[in-house]
Design a protein around this ligand. Structure first.
Ligand code: TYC
Length: 102
């Protein structure tokens, strides 16, 4: 009997690469019309900043044209952007907010 050709065992080693989900920066954009105090209120309401922090970031956006206001998962970033745009529209301010992959 020939038992030489029945060993079909193969060891395959697989390496598990655990990828972190990508993060997204939420950016606030400057404009000439949205009141400074409205922007401060947005940063307090939707980004959990205290008044001093919010005022500082608002001034950065005003002076530099834009600033990162937070870094989140895709879903949270989308929600933040939608909340800011809805709130701005409700108050008829042209405030713009967007997200970009980090
Ligand atoms: N530039 C606006 C003003 O002078 C203030 C402002 C700041 C608007 C930040 C938008 O994201 C913004 N009233």
């Amino acid at each position: 009997a020939n038992d030489d050709d029945d060993d079909t065992s193969v060891v395959v080693e697989t390496r598990t690469r655990t990828k972190r989900p990508p993060l997204y920066k939420v950016l606030l954009l400057n404009d000439d019309y949205t009141p400074m105090e409205f922007v401060v209120a947005v940063l307090e309401r939707f980004f959990g900043m205290d008044h001093a922090q919010a005022f500082e970031i608002m001034l950065t956006v005003h002076q530099k044209g834009l600033a990162v206001v937070g870094v989140f998962s895709h879903e949270i970033a989308e929600t933040k952007v939608a909340q800011v745009l809805d709130f701005a529209r409700q108050h008829q301010h042209p405030l713009q907010c967007t997200m970009e992959k980090e």
